[in-house]
Design a protein. Structure first.
Length: 171
């Protein structure tokens, strides 16, 4: 058994993203409609390219939700294809802006009073906070631990992961 799987999402794995964002926050993976509504809301504030939108959403949620490029760019393409947004090339980047129809759709979505990037408060935040603390401890063991301590830490994290999936299977 190797120390780190290259397809893992761990700090040394190649995978599809780090330990933090990109997965819809701790209330669950964001649905496509949530990403669409969030992108529309950001574009009501300013014209932006995809990376700017991702960074803006991460800032609005204090890093708790950072949608992946794989969720944002298809939404931008669909918005453009459906006539809700247009794009122009600027400094080698595709910058998106809302059409009048896009602004109307965004205004209707905003009328609910809830921002699409609002992260559920309560237990989900507690879990997120504990996960960040766990991540810091794992990194510390990985950086300063002996090979035996690292193997023990791997076993503990693996058992915790299995226990979490068991909790989900109970519902």
């Amino acid at each position: 058994m190797g120390r780190f799987d290259p397809e893992s999402r761990g700090p040394r794995g190649g995978g599809r993203g780090g330990f933090g964002g990109g997965r819809g926050g701790f209330g669950g993976r964001a649905r496509r409609g949530d990403v669409r509504a969030a992108v529309l809301a950001v574009l009501t504030e300013t014209d932006a390219h995809g990376y700017q939108i991702i960074q803006e959403l991460a800032a609005k949620t204090q890093g708790r939700w950072q949608p992946s490029p794989g969720s944002v760019y298809p939404v931008l393409q669909l918005l453009e294809e459906s006539g809700l947004a247009t794009s122009t090339e600027s400094e080698g980047k595709r910058v998106y802006s809302l059409t009048d129809q896009g602004r109307a759709v965004a205004a209707e979505a905003a009328s609910t009073g809830r921002q699409p990037w609002d992260v559920e408060a309560g237990e989900g935040h507690k879990l997120a906070d504990q996960t960040h603390l766990l991540h810091a401890a794992v990194r510390q063991v990985g950086a300063a631990g002996t090979p035996e301590q690292i193997e023990r830490a791997i076993a503990i994290v693996d058992a915790a992961r299995r226990d979490l999936y068991t909790i989900l299977a109970e519902s």
